[in-house]
Write a protein that binds this ligand. Structure first.
Ligand SMILES: Cc1cc2nc3c(=O)[nH]c(=O)nc-3n(C[C@H](O)[C@H](O)[C@H](O)COP(=O)(O)OP(=O)(O)OC[C@H]3O[C@@H](n4cnc5c(N)ncnc54)[C@H](O)[C@@H]3O)c2cc1C
Length: 393
């Protein structure tokens, strides 16, 4: 047995013994476990599952062990992912800390910041939100106006963020602030961290077309931010911001690879039924579903290949835009198909039978995939300019 085969055998045995039955099978987006100071769990088994995975560092398998991570090699992490898929394990933790802030801290944080924040992130004990966008700064993010005034050992922050996902539920925020208003706009920004309970921070929920309120307007009135919570170099926060965005875009793209709930083919089969040969009794829809699943499988392999390139430091920096663009479009296609499979029933908005219009609300939510983390148009600009090197792009 090679080392990797040995690792697979041990991983399989550990997962069989430690992944509770309740934590296997499809998981809806609104059932995800986000952790934090005031966590909510779908069942006690989900709490146990997070504790077990967090203790092993397997919520962040490739982070170094000294910061609470799993310390796995790229190859071992792939084995873990495939074993989790094999038993249809639900994610133990959904976390902006793992997907976004952690990689930025590993690259730019001080030793003290890594030791303080990373283990808490791995165990799901701290929940983060992202303070990037402002009413006048979305695609043109470097135009942010939120000011941080130097007061010696701390800054005083004033301004407004918008579309801050889960700001009303987060414990801490990673935030872009302007520390030098005189410098060219990309060169006067800093990347800071602060507690959402700091006096002067308020949030106001915004409702989406899906009827849910997953994000907020966030206001800062004379908020004190300690200088030790600056990540990276003063006035060079744009470098940290861009690095983090690449991770965010890859994470959003990954939604296209896996999808959330039940497989489309299964939903369609339940709604429409099988023909005499046992196939979905709707040839056109069957072809579209097959098309989607083939594209999703190809995308999963592409994600895996790009992951290897990233690890080997050989990936093009703009590749995250490609994954984000394609993955978002794939996820939107998946939900269009789920609506088609459900027929008129999928249009129901309220009522027990439809779980309060879950299919329709999820479908509407995917419309935001090609906006959040940078719009599809902006990703296409980046791909044209930096990957394809098109003239005039
Ligand atoms: C569900 C959701 C969650 C979000 N969560 C967060 C969060 O947690 N934290 C956070 O900071 N932000 C968050 N955002 C904000 C998101 O990053 C911005 O919405 C996004 O960057 C676009 O900015 P904007 O909304 O200001 O649109 P704008 O930048 O005003 O764009 C409007 C339109 O113009 C187009 N456009 C703009 N510039 C160009 C260009 N150069 N070339 C071609 N077309 C262009 C865009 O593609 C878009 O169609 C979230 C957004 C959504 C929808």
């Amino acid at each position: 047995m090679t080392d990797l085969e040995q690792f697979r055998a041990e991983t399989r045995a550990w997962l069989e013994a430690n992944c509770p039955a309740e934590c296997r099978g499809p998981m809806a987006d609104d059932e995800m476990i986000w952790g934090g100071r005031n966590p909510t769990f779908k069942t006690p088994a989900h709490k146990l599952w997070l504790e077990r995975m967090g203790a092993r560092g397997w919520t962040a398998p490739e982070w170094p062990k000294e910061y609470g991570g799993g310390g796995l090699s790229r190859e071992e992490a792939k084995v873990l992912a495939s074993e989790l898929r094999r038993i249809k394990a639900q994610p133990a933790l959904a976390s902006f800390g793992v997907w976004m802030l952690g990689p930025a801290l590993l690259a730019f944080g001080t030793e003290e910041q890594k030791k303080r924040f990373l283990p808490e992130i791995v165990r799901g004990e701290i929940r983060w939100c992202q303070g990037y966008s402002e009413p006048g700064a979305g695609s043109d993010l470097a135009s942010i106006q939120t000011r941080a005034e130097d007061r010696g050992d701390h800054w005083i922050v004033n301004g407004q963020k918008i579309w801050t996902s889960y700001a009303d539920k987060a414990d801490w925020i990673f935030c872009l602030v302007r520390t030098d208003p005189e410098a060219p706009k990309h060169l006067g920004i800093s990347f800071v961290l602060f507690d959402m309970k700091t006096p002067g921070v308020t949030t106001r929920p915004i409702t989406l077309i899906s009827g849910k309120s997953p994000f907020c307007e966030t206001f800062f009135d004379d908020v004190r931010v300690e200088k030790e919570n600056l990540v990276g170099t003063l006035n060079r926060g744009w470098d940290v911001a861009k690095y983090l965005l690449a991770h965010e875009r890859t994470m959003i793209g990954a939604m296209g690879e896996v999808g959330g709930g039940r497989p489309v083919g299964q939903v369609a089969m339940d709604a429409i039924g099988a023909d005499e040969a046992g196939r979905l009794d709707e040839p056109m829809l069957r072809a579209r579903i097959a098309d989607l699943e083939i594209d999703a499988a190809a995308f999963r392999l592409t994600m895996e290949r790009v992951g290897d390139q990233v690890k080997a430091k050989q990936a093009h920096p703009a590749i995250a835009s490609m994954l984000k663009y394609y993955g978002s479009e794939l996820n939107k296609r998946r939900h269009e198909l789920l609506m088609a499979a459900g027929g008129a029933d999928a249009l129901e908005w309220e009522g027990e039978r439809s779980h309060d219009g879950k299919a329709a609300r999820d479908w509407l939510r995917t419309k935001a995939n090609s906006i959040e983390g940078g719009t599809s148009e902006v990703q296409l600009n980046i791909i044209a300019k930096h990957l394809l090197q098109l003239p005039g792009a």
